[in-house]
Design a protein around this ligand. Structure first.
Ligand code: F6R
Length: 607
C-alpha cells in the first residue's frame, strides 16, 4: 500500500515526481504529496484525493522549483485521508522531509517518547515518528541518523528522505517494503515499483531488507544496516514503456484482460522444451520431490483462488494431497507443517503482508517454499527457497486478471512437471502438454466468442445480488468470478458450490434473482444442470457459462456465455475470461472507477 518516488538530477523535480506518482497511484489513492528542495529550502505540497488534484494544485509541478525531491501516494492506515495525514511529513526544525510506505508497529511507544522529549506532532500517522527520530539523531550526518532511526523502528518501511543541509541528495531506506533505485544519466531515482521508473531508465537496483542508499545526480551509494558500503549489481528491466500505458483502452483492466493470451503464452512457452515441461529454476527441488508428502498452497484474494483452481491439476496428476489455505488464516493456525511439506506461495505483487507472514511461519516449521510471483525482486521472491516467475508483465489495474490466469498456468505446469519427475504421468503426457499449449489460443477464442457481454451487462447491472454457482473446477472459477464482480462493480456477488445450495442458500432465490452457473466441467455437468433447474423453478434468471454445443445447458438457461472446448483440468484460465469481461462491463454500466475501486489498493503490504 502507498507508493513512494524520489528524484535527484538537473531537471525540475516536481513534474518527474508527479509522473512517477501517477504510475504508482494503483498502490493507494486517497491523498498525495511531494517535497521539493530548491537550494536549502524544502517546500511541501499535499492534497486529499488523487494525484490529479496535486497536479492541479502545483500547476503540473511548475509552481514548485527545485531539482531534488520525494513524493508519496497514500492508502490510509493510521489516520484519515486528510491533508495533514498526507505525506511528506516534516521535522519540527523543517530540515527533514520523509515519505513512507509500510507500517511502524511500535509507533505509539515512540510517539509518546518523542512527545515527552518536546517534539510536536502534526498528524495522526505512524510515519511522523520517523521524521522526528531523524531530527533527534541528526548530528550533522544523515547516514548516521538514518541508521539510528532504523534501529528504533519495528515493522515495514520503504522510506524516502531529504535534508535541507544536503541539496541534491535523496536517501532511500528499505525494510520489508519494496524499493528500487533507478540509474539515469546525471540523474537518479527511487520508487516502490519499476513502473514509475521505466519512462526514465531501464537500469535498476533492487534494494534488499536492511539496506539503504544515498543518491545524488552523479552517483548512488548503497549501505547495509551497519553503515558498511556494499556493491550491488544493476538489473535491466526487460519490458518497455508501453507495457505500463493504457495503449488505447479505456481502462488498464480491459487492456490486461485482452493481454491474457500473450501473458499466458509468456508464462508457458519458454518452459516447454522438447515436448516436456522444464523449470530451470527448480533444479534443486527435483531431487527432494519424493520426500514431499503434502503440498500446501497459500495466498490471499484472487491469488488464493488461483491456488484453488490449480489444486485440482496438482492432485490429479501428482497424486499428492494438496491443501489450500488463506494466508491470513494459515499464519495464526499453528499449522501441521514440517519438512515433508512443500508450501506453494502465490502472489502477483510479491509483497502481500499476510502471505509473507504465512510463508515465514511455515518456513520456520521446516517447509520447503516455492513462490509463484509476478514482480521480479519482490520480497516473496527473495524469501522463497525456489521462485517461479509468472512473466505477466506489469499489472496496473487493482483487480487482477492476467496476474490470476498466469498464476494458474504456472500451477498447471508445475503439476505436469512434478508428475513427470515423480514418474506418475501416464501415457497421455503429450496430449496434456498440447492442452497447455492451446491455452493462449483458447483464451483468445473465449474473448471473441462473447460479443453479447456488454448487452448482458446492461441486463444485470442493477441487480441487488448475483450468485455464482459451480462444482469442482467450476466452483474454483466461480469464487474468482464473484470477487471480480463485487470488487469493481460494487454489486453483491457470492460464489457457492452448487451442491451446497440446498443446504441454505436456495432460501435466497426469488423471482428474477440472477444466478451465474458455470458448466464447463463434464464430470459434474449433469449435477449442475439439476441445480440450474432447481433455481429456475424458483424464479431465478440463469446466465450459464458453457460450451457452444452443450445443448442441455443451452436450453435450460436464459442467457449464455461461451468458452471453446477444452479439458476441464486446465480450463479455469479460459472460463474466467468471460466473467472478467462481464464484471468489467457491469462496472462500466454502473459508472465505477474500474482501475481504482474504492477502499482497495493493488498491493496489500499491511495486515
Ligand atoms: C483481486 C486482487 C486481490 C489480490 C490479493 C493478493 O482482484 O487483486 O485479491 O489477488 O490482494 O495480491 P498478490 O497476488 O499481490 O499477493
Amino acid at each position: 500500500m502507498c507508493g513512494i518516488v524520489g528524484f535527484t538530477g538537473k531537471q525540475s523535480a516536481a513534474p518527474i515526481l508527479l509522473d512517477g506518482l501517477k504510475k504508482l497511484e494503483y498502490r493507494g489513492y486517497d491523498s498525495a504529496g511531494i517535497a521539493v528542495m530548491d537550494g536549502n529550502t524544502i517546500s511541501v505540497s499535499k492534497v486529499r484525493g488523487r494525484i490529479a488534484n496535486l497536479c492541479e494544485k502545483t500547476g503540473d509541478g511548475a509552481s514548485v522549483p527545485g531539482s531534488t525531491g520525494i513524493g508519496h501516494t497514500r492508502w490510509a492506515t493510521h489516520g484519515a485521508p486528510t491533508e495533514e495525514n498526507a505525506h511528506p511529513h516534516l521535522s519540527n526544525d523543517g530540515r527533514f522531509a520523509v515519505v513512507h510506505n509500510g507500517i511502524i508497529e511500535n509507533y505509539m511507544a515512540l510517539r509518546e517518547e518523542l512527545i515527552r522529549d518536546g517534539y510536536r506532532f502534526q498528524s495522526e500517522t505512524d510515519t511522523e515518528v520517523i521524521v522526528h527520530l531523524i531530527e533527534m539523531y541528526y548530528r550533522g550526518n544523515v547516514r548516521d541518523a538514518l541508521i539510528k532511526t532504523a534501529n528504533r523502528l519495528r515493522g515495514s518501511y520503504a522510506l524516502g528522505v531529504i535534508c535541507s543541509e544536503e541539496p541534491g541528495r535523496i536517501y532511500a531506506v528499505r525494510e520489508a517494503s519494496p524499493l528500487i533505485l533507478g540509474i539515469g544519466m546525471e540523474e537518479n531515482f527511487f520508487a516502490s515499483d519499476v513502473t514509475a521508473l521505466v519512462n526514465h531508465t531501464r537500469n535498476v537496483v533492487y534494494l534488499e531488507d536492511g539496506e539503504f542508499a544515498e543518491l545524488s545526480g552523479d552517483e548512488i551509494r548503497i549501505f547495509d544496516c551497519t553503515g558498511r558500503e556494499i556493491n550491488k549489481k544493476a538489473s535491466r528491466i526487460s519490458w518497455d514503456v508501453q507495457a505500463a500505458e493504457k495503449g488505447g483502452y479505456d481502462h488498464f483492466m480491459l487492456k490486461e484482460i485482452m493481454e491474457q493470451p500473450a501473458a499466458v503464452k509468456a508464462a508457458i512457452a519458454p518452459r516447454i522444451k522438447n515436448g516436456k515441461i522444464d523449470f530451470d529454476e527448480l533444479g534443486g527441488l527435483v531431487s527432494e520431490l519424493p520426500e514431499i508428502r503434502k503440498i500446501v498452497i497459500t495466498a490471499c484474494g484472487s491469488a488464493y483462488y488461483a491456488g484453488c483452481a490449480g489444486k485440482y491439476a496438482l492432485e490429479r496428476l501428482c497424486r499428492i494431497p494438496v491443501e489450500t489455505q488463506l494466508a491470513s488464516e494459515l499464519r495464526y493456525s499453528d499449522p501441521l507443517i514440517d519438512g515433508s511439506t512443500l508450501l506453494i506461495v502465490i502472489s502477483q505483487s510479491g509483497e502481500t503482508a499476510d502471505t509473507i507472514a504465512a510463508m515465514k511461519e511455515c518456513k520456520s516449521r521446516g517447509a520447503r517454499t516455492l513462490a509463484v510471483v509476478n514482480v521480479v525482486g519482490s520480497s516473496i521472491a527473495s524469501l522463497a527457497d525456489y521462485t517461479v516467475y509468472t512473466w505477466a508483465g506489469p499489472e496496473i489495474a487493482v483487480a487482477t486478471t492476467k496476474g490470476y490466469t498466469t498464476q494458474i498456468s504456472v500451477l498447471y505446469m508445475l503439476a505436469l512437471f512434478f508428475a513427470e519427475r515423480l514418474g506418475r504421468l501416464g501415457e497421455d503426457a503429450g496430449g496434456l502438454i498440447g492442452q497447455l499449449q492451446a491455452l493462449p489460443r483458447r483464451i483468445q477464442q473465449a474473448i471473441d466468442m462473447n460479443p453479447s457481454i456488454p448487452a448482458l451487462a446492461m441486463k444485470y447491472h442493477e441487480s441487488r445480488a448475483l450468485f455464482f454457482i459451480g462444482r469442482n473446477t467450476d466452483y474454483a472459477v466461480a469464487l474468482e468470478g464473484a470477487l471480480k464482480m463485487k470488487e469493481i462493480s460494487y454489486l453483491h456477488a457470492e460464489a457457492y458450490a452448487a451442491g451446497e445450495l440446498k443446504h441454505g442458500t436456495i432460501a435466497l432465490i426469488e423471482e428474477h434473482q440472477p444466478v451465474i452457473a458455470l458448466c464447463c466441467n463434464p464430470s459434474v455437468m449433469e449435477k449442475t444442470l439439476s441445480n440450474i433447474v432447481e433455481v429456475k423453478s424458483r424464479g431465478a434468471e440463469v446466465l450459464a457459462l458453457t460450451f457452444r454445443n452443450n445443448h442441455k445447458i443451452l436450453s435450460a438457461a436464459d442467457d449464455l456465455l461461451f468458452i471453446p472446448d477444452a479439458d476441464a483440468l486446465f480450463s479455469a484460465v479460459i472460463e474466467i475470461v468471460p466473467l472478467q469481461l462481464l464484471a468489467y462491463y457491469v462496472a462500466k454500466a454502473n459508472g465505477c472507477d474500474i482501475d481504482k475501486p474504492k477502499n482497495l489498493a493493488k498491493s496489500v503490504t499491511v495486515e
